[in-house]
Unconditional design. Structure first.
Length: 275
């Protein structure tokens, strides 16, 4: 498409000798840059970066991540994903994550920031095999709040489909159009609202559900709202609404700490971006 960029990234991780995970296949370019992976003794840490200023009208990004059996991977992004003013052509993001048996993925991108006049569609598909594990963070800002710009984008559409052990466990779609009747993610008395979600997938979740439920109660307060839902055996989603962005990141850190006894991959130094 004239004046726009179409980029694909494909990352395949496999467990090799002595249990070390390696990035065995990598294809990236355009809107993607993959930093040099680092094995910390328990997991392979890698970063996916958008080296451009952000996404514009008609831009398309497609990310595919595959973990082979036994792979242990932490995948993050140090910079926010920004969307700029667009004509009638939305930007499109497609994401697919496949986690094999006995593999674990911790995924925490930085903020999604839809700016004034932007229109974006993001679609995520996740497949977790039996004995595979997933910790998946997601966070959405209402705009460039520090610049006094919030809820000024045209349209933001996000969908997620999650399958565990070949069974559909979650399928959701959220459409946000601030100019057409308000902001669904709204709490009376707050000037703005930041959204966060954490998806947890593991066979061991049921044995620790009570501790996660108590965390839900302790997180709720005047400036932070938290809700926990069991999506069938082995799948939990924790959703957050906060009056300030830092509260979401602090809640993420507490959720990560509470989930560490369940997920061995979390029993490492915290690397979630704090900005």
């Amino acid at each position: 498409m004239l004046g726009s960029l179409q980029s694909q990234a494909s990352l395949v991780f496999e467990s090799g000798g002595e249990g070390h995970t390696a990035l065995t296949r990598r294809r990236a370019g355009g809107l993607f840059h993959v930093g040099k992976p680092y094995w910390d003794g328990q997991a392979l840490s890698a970063q996916v970066v958008n080296p451009t200023a952000g996404l514009f009208a008609g831009d398309e990004m497609e990310l595919g991540v595959e973990l082979g059996e036994g792979s242990q991977v932490e995948l993050s992004s140090p910079n926010a994903t920004r969307f700029y003013s667009m004509d009638n052509r939305p930007a499109m993001i497609q994401q697919r994550f496949t986690i094999g048996p006995k593999a674990s993925l911790e995924y925490h991108p930085n903020w999604v920031v839809p700016q004034q006049g932007s229109s974006v569609e993001q679609h995520t598909r996740i497949e977790v095999a039996k004995s595979g594990e997933l910790i998946f963070f997601d966070c959405l800002a209402p705009g460039r709040v520090r610049h006094g710009e919030q809820y000024r984008y045209k349209r933001y559409v996000t969908s997620l489909e999650l399958r565990y052990k070949d069974e559909l466990r979650a399928k959701e779609r959220m459409i946000l159009e601030p100019d057409l009747g308000g902001w669904p993610l709204f709490v009376p008395g707050w000037e703005v609202c930041f959204y966060g979600a954490v998806w947890l997938v593991s066979d061991r979740l049921e044995d620790h559900f009570d501790s996660l439920a108590s965390l839900e109660s302790s997180l709720n307060g005047p400036s932070l709202k938290c809700g926990l839902t069991m999506q069938g055996p082995g799948v939990v989603v924790i959703r957050l609404l906060a009056a300030r962005s830092l509260l979401v990141k602090k809640a993420f850190a507490r959720i990560r700490k509470a989930a560490a006894p369940i997920f061995p991959i979390l029993q490492r130094e915290q690397r979630i971006p704090q900005n």
